[in-house]
Design a protein around this ligand. Structure first.
Ligand SMILES: Cc1cc2nc3c(=O)[nH]c(=O)nc-3n(C[C@H](O)[C@H](O)[C@H](O)COP(=O)(O)O)c2cc1C
Length: 193
């Protein structure tokens, strides 16, 4: 698959990190764009933000990348975490950075754009911008973990969101806890005790 992973300055750099760890960046073509605030938040939240060697990293300002053109075929773009600032800019049609232009292109080409906002509580502007993105065809997948699999670590909590992202992209998701399929799950079965 050909994928764009974008990170912005919302809290939750660990979501970007866990997603990059769980995507095979050799078998898949993975392009990474991080906003300036994403880099700042990653420094604040993680000891060491690791980018897989095979991932192709791009600056926010260099439009000389394939995924800002509708002519280049890509399978999905994930913005994780997505700040309300970036979500609002996309909803307004702004496309004056690589990240925003890519989101704009994915929407206009009806390609899969998965937006993972992290903010609470929401104001009415946030809610309206989310509706605008939904109407434009985006998948809005908030960074809201679930607990019915009884996650026992921060990574396990984060992975309840990552699992939903991988499913939406259509990538293998071996460790996923699936309700009603406890027997197949080795790491998160509710019946393990
Ligand atoms: C430590 C830290 C945590 C932040 N957390 C959030 C957040 O959870 N959600 C959000 O929408 N913005 C958050 N912000 C604010 C954004 O970083 C800010 O709005 C920025 O302009 C986003 O720019 P970007 O979307 O280009 O990355 C946070 C900022 C800092 C410094």
């Amino acid at each position: 698959m050909k994928l764009v992973i974008a990170a912005t300055g919302a809290s939750g750099a660990i979501y970007t990190q866990r997603l990059l760890e769980q995507i095979d960046c050799v078998a898949n073509e993975v392009h990474l764009v991080m906003s300036a605030y994403a880099r700042q938040v990653a420094k604040q939240e993680l000891e060491d933000f690791k980018i897989p060697a095979a991932a192709r990293r791009h600056s926010e300002s260099d439009m000389n990348v394939p995924f800002v053109s509708g002519s280049a075929r890509f399978d999905a773009m994930v913005i994780v975490p997505c700040s309300m600032a970036t979500l609002g800019r996309i909803a307004s049609g702004a496309s004056d950075s690589v990240l925003l232009r890519a989101a704009d292109v994915f929407l206009k080409e009806r390609r899969k754009l998965i937006v993972v906002p992290r903010e609470t509580p929401w104001n009415l502007i946030h809610a309206r911008n989310v509706v605008t993105l939904l109407e434009a065809g985006a998948i809005v997948l908030p960074a809201i973990p679930s607990f019915y699999s009884r996650p026992d670590s921060v990574n396990a909590v984060v992975d309840t969101v990552i699992s939903r992202i991988l499913d939406q992209i259509g990538l293998p998701n071996q460790g996923a806890y699936r309700w009603g399929e406890e027997k197949g799950s080795t790491k998160t079965s509710r019946n393990k005790n």
